[in-house]
Write a protein that binds this ligand. Structure first.
Ligand SMILES: NC(=O)c1ccc[n+]([C@@H]2O[C@H](COP(=O)([O-])OP(=O)(O)OC[C@H]3O[C@@H](n4cnc5c(N)ncnc54)[C@H](OP(=O)(O)O)[C@@H]3O)[C@@H](O)[C@H]2O)c1
Length: 310
């Protein structure tokens, strides 16, 4: 059974490829990426690494040929471009005879959710429902690693955690659990038509996250609740572009979101759209989802180091 991962050179794609290498023969793994050279190590271990770019749909039919299951990893260009990208991927997969398409969506799918990213996920889920091929949706909550490796260290360094999410909640989920859940969907039967809410085990406000960062980092952190306009101005002052810029990355190599998208995400958190906590990770993987505390502790050195740099 051939399993295809799109956008396979990103952080999620590589972690999933690594997990799948332990579950299926390498030759049954098809890794599609815009940068095949970045996946040379997987090719050397026997995986099929193919070139494919959603912005160049003509590259996709040969890239998808022969795949039976596929994970469509959502891309980064929030807005109409991302919708075109996902449409190209789904239409090509259907034409290529892919029998089952899984998709990394987001929790909080709702027509009135103000997060700019949600419209793309709703659009893509809708396409999947209408494409005529079996599908599974994995709605990932916000990655706990974003909190533990980016936001918490910044807060420990500055002493302030500035958010416009108010007292809204999120059940932060470790990317490892998102990856393990996707691997389960791709390698075990019984997920046809399922929609999974891939969340951590507990809802937190960002005030809770700030308190946890302070406890684990060993320095006080003030939670500063600001308006959305103030948060946008904060991002402007920090030099964050308003919209996604192709190729710009965080220190861990993942793409940087535009500030308007991030503020709209905080607005959605504040309004309660992401206040969802499920047991689907455990249902899929057979073990409890990691807590935010566990993900913080896995990044203890970085957190302590940020606290000592104040
Ligand atoms: N739940 C959350 O908190 C959260 C946070 C951030 C992002 N996300 C979403 O989850 C996805 C995976 O996260 P990540 O950490 O792995 O992000 P990442 O490391 O930045 O990877 C982004 C992925 O998008 C793919 N991509 C970009 N443009 C593409 C195109 N034109 N055609 C095909 N693929 C394209 C890249 O594939 P190649 O470079 O290999 O072609 C890459 O795998 C993100 O893309 C985003 O949609 C979720």
């Amino acid at each position: 059974m051939s399993i295809l991962i799109t956008g396979a050179s990103g952080s999620f794609g590589r972690q999933l490829a690594e997990v799948l290498m332990r579950k299926v023969p390498a030759s049954e793994l098809i890794l599609v990426t815009r940068n095949p050279s970045a996946l040379g190590a997987f090719a050397a271990r026997g995986a099929q690494v193919r070139s494919g770019d959603f912005d160049k749909p003509q590259t996709l039919p040969s890239a998808f040929a022969g795949a039976e299951k596929m994970l469509l990893i959502s891309t980064l260009a929030v807005g109409p471009r991302r919708q075109h990208q996902h449409r190209a991927a789904i239409e090509t997969a259907v034409a290529a005879g892919v029998k089952h398409i899984a998709y990394t969506s987001s929790v909080g799918i709702h027509p009135r959710n103000p997060s700019l990213a949600e419209a793309d996920h709703m659009f893509t889920e809708d396409l999947l429902r209408r494409c005529g091929t079996v599908f599974t949706v994995l709605r990932d909550a916000q990655y706990a690693e974003v909190i533990a490796t980016m936001l918490a260290p910044m807060a420990l360094q500055t002493g302030k955690w500035i958010m416009s999410a108010g007292e809204g909640c999120m059940a932060f989920v470790s990317k490892q659990d998102c990856v393990a859940s996707a691997a389960a969907v791709l390698t075990t039967p019984g997920h046809e038509g399922a929609v999974y809410e891939i969340t951590g085990p507990q809802l937190y406000t960002f005030r809770d996250a700030a308190a946890l960062a302070a406890e684990i980092g060993g320095r006080p952190v003030e939670y500063v609740s600001v308006s959305h306009e103030e948060k946008l101005a904060f991002f402007d002052a920090a030099g964050i572009p308003r919209e996604y810029v192709e190729g710009e990355t965080n220190s861990d190599g993942t793409g940087i979101w535009g500030s308007e998208e991030m503020v709209s995400y905080e607005r959605a958190i504040r309004q309660g759209y992401f206040s969802i906590c499920s047991h689907h990770v455990e249902m899929l993987t057979g073990r409890p989802a990691q807590s935010l505390r566990e993900v913080f502790l896995a990044n203890l050195v970085a957190l302590k180091s940020a606290a000592s740099n104040r």
